[in-house]
Design a protein around this ligand. Structure first.
Ligand SMILES: [Zn+2]
Length: 449
């Protein structure tokens, strides 16, 4: 059924634009058409979603400057490599890592790289849904699933509300990638949720931006030619719903086609959400970036976290009874006046209590009080978040967190506000009952702005 769906969509896309042109396009016989097999999202029906302001909805988009890039959002990725029994499709870890670099350059260009920084970035999942360490790559040999057949996503997928599952296989027919639906269609968090890619496109010189295109869909973007119109009477409710991408009737393959067949208006030939050759695409527009960040915040609220703002030291910590070192991160804003920071721990034993510490000085005191770990804060300046509202109890997966109130940060004397220009070091102490002792995480240094 899925096969039928996306093939029909490809055909629909072909007739939507100018099929004869493509059929006769002898200059580019290797044009990767069909390129993206994602269906016409608007035919998939309204989602079951409650309480959304619909600022980035299925049929309208008003995501404004409040969604401009500011804090960096990190999305954990799990690569689901499905390969054939003869090894076909079992792409190398090196290729996956290279594609991850390419993906992050597309979403976060720096220096002389073209494009805009979305402040959305992708990291290999470091913990699986049960909290076990992972490299973010799952390899499965299955000849049926390899051809995009069968119910592989329900069997393999890691919680799609929390992870971006990228399924790599052979989609067939020259199809390079697709997503089953936009999150606004209601697919977010369902077993089918995730990106599909053909294995030969991963880290390839010709198709490496197609993953960015598919993830654009995953984050709520339509094709720039959605609707097939030259003119939209309302850019917020027609076409791709984004006002800074000009409407156009169909894919524009020609990288030199700066104006199109819509009264000479500009064509988005550099846009990832058009279909284009690899050398031509390099941008998401500000409006698309707002819609993606709006989608993450409102439709995929559990899929991302703020990028850590601290610099780790005393890392890795001493392993605890799980066999892993406890890991601490400080996430949110380093701007003290914004008072928006959360300390998080992972890889701790489940069901244990602990508390966070801060200090203005670093230091190393090994095994204090018989602890199995090391205290990495200098003596005499340590504040403890050990009020009953601050003590954490770890989840079964060994995580814990505390949202800080930077206006009343504990010190070794009395609570005080954190000031811009101040540097604080953070660490967590926790019980480790199976070993009959306690332990510490790594420490991290945050320079407040
Ligand atoms: Zn597409």
């Amino acid at each position: 059924m899925r096969q039928t769906l996306h093939w029909m969509a490809c055909l629909a896309g072909l007739t939507l634009s100018s099929a004869p042109t493509f059929a006769q396009d002898h200059d580019h016989p290797d044009r990767p058409y069909p390129y993206c097999g994602s269906p016409d999202f608007k035919t998939l029906g309204e989602p079951h979603f409650f309480g959304s302001p619909n600022e980035c909805g299925l049929n309208s988009n008003t995501a404004g400057p409040e969604y401009d890039p500011y804090l960096v959002y990190q999305i954990p990725v799990v690569w689901q490599i499905i390969y054939r029994s003869d090894g076909t499709g079992n792409i190398s870890t090196g290729a996956i890592n290279l594609q991850m670099q390419m993906l992050n350059i597309d979403f976060r260009p720096t220096g002389t790289q073209l494009g805009l920084d979305t402040k959305i970035e992708f990291v290999m999942a470091s913990s699986d849904p049960q909290g076990n360490p992972t490299d973010g790559i799952v390899r499965t040999q299955n000849n049926t699933w390899f051809t995009d057949s069968g119910n592989y996503a329900a069997s393999l997928g890691w919680d799609p509300s929390r992870y971006l599952n990228i399924y790599v296989m052979d989609l067939g027919g020259g199809l390079i990638g697709y997503v089953p639906a936009l999150p606004q269609n209601g697919v977010a968090g369902t077993p089918d949720d995730g990106v599909r890619m053909t294995y030969s496109a991963i880290a390839s010189s010709q198709y490496n931006h197609v993953l960015s295109h598919e993830i654009g869909h995953h984050l709520g973007l339509y094709h720039t030619f959605q609707g097939g119109n030259c003119v939209n009477s309302s850019c917020q409710t027609q076409g791709d719903l984004v006002c800074d991408t000009p409407p156009h009737p169909g894919p524009v393959w020609d990288c030199s086609a700066t104006t199109g067949n819509c009264a000479g208006q500009t064509l988005p030939i550099h846009n990832y959400m058009n279909y284009q050759d690899v050398g031509c695409v390099y941008e998401f527009t500000p409006g698309q970036i707002r819609r993606m960040r709006c989608t993450l915040e409102n439709w995929r609220p559990n899929m991302w976290d703020y990028k850590p703002v601290g610099t780790d030291y005393c890392a890795p910590a001493v392993a605890n009874s799980t066999g892993l070192p406890g890991e601490l991160t400080a996430r949110g804003s380093a701007v003290a006046a914004e008072n928006f920071m959360t300390l998080k721990v992972k890889n701790l034993p489940g069901g244990e209590f602990g508390f966070f510490l801060n200090g203005t000085n670093t230091g190393v005191i090994m095994n204090p009080g018989g602890s199995a770990g090391n205290l990495c804060l200098g003596g005499g300046s340590i504040g403890r978040y050990n009020d009953f509202t601050e003590i954490f109890l770890t989840t079964a997966a060994g995580t814990g967190e505390l949202e800080l109130d930077l206006t009343q940060t504990p010190t070794h004397t009395q609570p005080a506000p954190v000031m811009a220009g101040q540097t604080l070091n953070f660490q967590a102490w926790y019980r480790d009952t199976p070993l009959g002792t306690s332990n510490f995480t790594n420490a991290t240094t945050v320079m407040f702005l």
